[in-house]
Design a protein around this ligand. Structure first.
Ligand SMILES: Nc1ncnc2c1ncn2[C@@H]1O[C@H](COP(=O)(O)OP(=O)(O)O)[C@@H](O)[C@H]1O
Ligand SMILES: [Mg+2]
Length: 565
């Protein structure tokens, strides 16, 4: 796995706000490492001193002071371990929070074309799961390196000084142990991944069968469903069994094979040297206590290697999105009062280079307050044309002007604040009715919201909801009909009060009665504003002053609706 230069810089930049905490964290990790390395040395010292008989009052002069010092060291070690375990993890979580904020705010700045390509689920997973791995890396990466790496080096040094021969005997086993750990940790990780996939499959299969139970019964297809489910369930069982198998091999291998094997090797060599008086008893005991220090970091080092791989993969995915350029927004022109004249000058547009042009050489203008109907076959580019006014996509060539100013010279926010869009599939956010209407003008007074709702023909149905304006529309909240949603959307735009409006098939999916209510509201909204109406039904566009038809040949203006179906 590879990270490029600027990305490495970016990676470390996330530590910046927590520099002091980071230093404290690393220092504590260091203290823990050093103390834990020192403790067995006491044992060696005490044993060797007692055996050589160099103290007259062993208890008073040796054991008690040593015990006191050990107690102090243990207390310090505990405090330091507590600090890095708690504050270190906290730092990781804070960095994760910062990265998540940065990624989310970048999502907000990315253009429509980005969201056309990417799946919502994958964008969510990047923000949630990838960053979880990263927080672990940010905290554990440097710290684990210190703790396990230095502890290993320290133990190696101490052991070599105690007895180089015994150390070599142990070292011979370590590459094997590292390879074994890496192999099985990889297998376990892969097994868990399959397991999580299978949980998803199991859930999906179950949901499908249960949701379709009426169809199942009416086709007497229970046996088939059972067979289908049995297969998914069997697959699921297998992934679990695989996890147990790999974990059993891994842990048994480490604990019951490598551990005792190394111990046996040390006892064998040590025993031989002891019997030849080539080794002190204290050294031998200290060595046995220390062997652990040399072998224990091996699986941990394997884990750190994996953590780096996961974390770096996650970081690269994170940076891939951050490197994606945001919507161009360099406009500076000020527009004190927008009148609403819209002008297209030889506009051409295609969604992607290499694809066909959706619009070519479109020129027209609409004066402030006019209502322009835009008709044409489905898929010809009506929605596309209107989305260009809000600058949701960049033109391939030509220009669009608002009150004579090229919309590229306006700040995006200024431009979009002046355009209200009502679409067929209106999106409502989780929250209350009033919050959803207020989306048009955050902070609007309740009285203004109600006024807007009244104009949008929405007040009456809102008042009939169980909680009125404060009814919850969340995922588990109440659901509204298409016409009701549409009128909430219109109320939103009333509150926003923009000089330019776009109704994109706003009434297409409605039944006649709601269509009438929505239509009335739209006509009220359109008064004194420049309005574009895209609609199938002539009834919706009959009030228009201007009629444009979009065809393969381009845009044509008509004087009447004659000949338009
Ligand atoms: N986001 C998009 N990315 C790529 N192509 C698109 C996108 N939206 C629409 N198109 C294509 O552009 C053409 C015009 O679509 P659209 O403007 O939605 O037509 P209309 O609104 O007139 O039915 C269609 O061929 C459609 O497939
Ligand atoms: Mg459309």
């Amino acid at each position: 796995m590879f990270v490029s230069g600027p990305r490495i810089k970016k990676f470390f930049s996330f530590y910046k706000p927590y520099r002091l905490l980071f230093i404290a964290d690393i220092t504590c990790a260091f203290i823990v490492m050093v103390i834990s390395l020192f403790l067995p040395l006491f044992v060696r010292y005490i044993t060797n001193s007692v055996i050589s008989g160099s103290f007259s009052d062993v208890l008073g002069e040796l054991i008690l002071p040593a015990a006191l010092i050990m107690l102090c060291l243990i207390l310090i070690e505990t405090a330091a371990a507590l600090f890095y375990d708690y504050r270190g993890h906290q730092m990781g979580a804070m960095i994760e929070r910062d990265m998540r904020d940065e990624l989310f705010s970048h999502y907000q700045k990315l253009p429509f074309s980005f969201f056309d390509r990417e799946k919502t689920g994958s964008l969510m997973s990047r923000l949630i799961n990838d960053l979880l791995n990263l927080a672990e890396l940010y905290h554990h990466g440097p710290e684990d390196l210190i703790i396990y790496g230095l502890r290993f080096m320290g133990a190696l040094m101490v052991l070599t000084r105690i007895n180089a021969g015994l150390t070599l005997a142990v070292l011979a086993f370590l590459p094997l142990m590292l390879g074994y750990s890496l192999l099985f940790q990889n297998k376990i990780r892969a097994a868990y991944k399959r397991y999580h996939e299978k949980i998803g499959d199991l859930g999906a299969s179950l949901e499908d069968s249960l949701a379709g139970i009426r169809v199942v019964k009416s086709f007497a297809a229970e046996d088939m469903e059972e067979e289908k489910f049995r297969r998914v369930n069997e697959d699921f069982y297998r992934t679990r069994a695989d996890i147990y198998r790999q974990e059993a091999y891994y842990f048994t291998g480490l604990e019951h094979f490598f551990g005792p094997l190394i111990m046996a090797a040390v006892v064998l060599c040590g025993g031989i040297w002891l019997s030849k008086s080539a080794l002190d008893t204290g050294d031998f005991i200290a060595f046995l206590l220390y062997v652990n220090y040399l072998t224990a970091p091996i699986p941990q080092i394997a884990r750190v290697i994996q953590q780096y791989q996961d974390g770096i993969a996650g970081f690269n995915r994170f940076m891939d999105i951050l490197d994606h350029p945001p919507e161009p927004d360099r406009g500076l022109a000020a527009l004190p009062e927008v009148k609403g004249r819209i002008e297209f000058a030889d506009v051409s547009f295609r969604y992607n280079e290499g694809r066909d042009y959706v619009l070519e050489g479109i020129s027209f203008s609409v004066n402030p307050g006019q209502t322009a109907a835009l008709v044409g076959p489905s898929g010809i580019g009506k929605t596309t044309l209107c989305s260009l006014i809000s600058r949701f996509y960049e033109l391939s060539s030509g220009a669009i002007r608002l009150d004579g100013i090229d919309i590229r010279e306006l700040p995006l926010k200024t431009l979009r604040r002046n355009i209200g869009v009502v679409q067929q599939d209106l999106y409502l956010f989780a929250g209350t009715v009033i919050d959803n209407i207020r989306y048009g003008r955050p902070g609007a007074a309740e009285a203004d919201v109600i006024k807007a709702a009244k104009k949008a023909n929405a007040h009456e149905f809102i008042m009939r909801l169980p909680g009125g304006y404060y009814s919850d529309l969340g995922p588990r909240g109440l659901s509204l009909s298409g016409g009701q949603r549409q009128r909430l959307g219109i109320a939103r735009v009333f509150l926003k009060d923009p000089p330019v409006l776009i109704f994109d098939e706003a009434t297409s999916a409605l039944d006649q009665k709601s269509e009438r209510l929505v239509h009335e509201a739209l006509m009220e909204l359109a008064k004194n504003r420049t309005t574009f109406i895209i609609a199938h039904r002539l009834s919706t566009v009959k009030n228009a002053n201007r009629i444009f038809t979009l065809t393969e040949r381009g845009l044509e203006e008509k004087d009447s609706f004659e000949g338009i179906s």
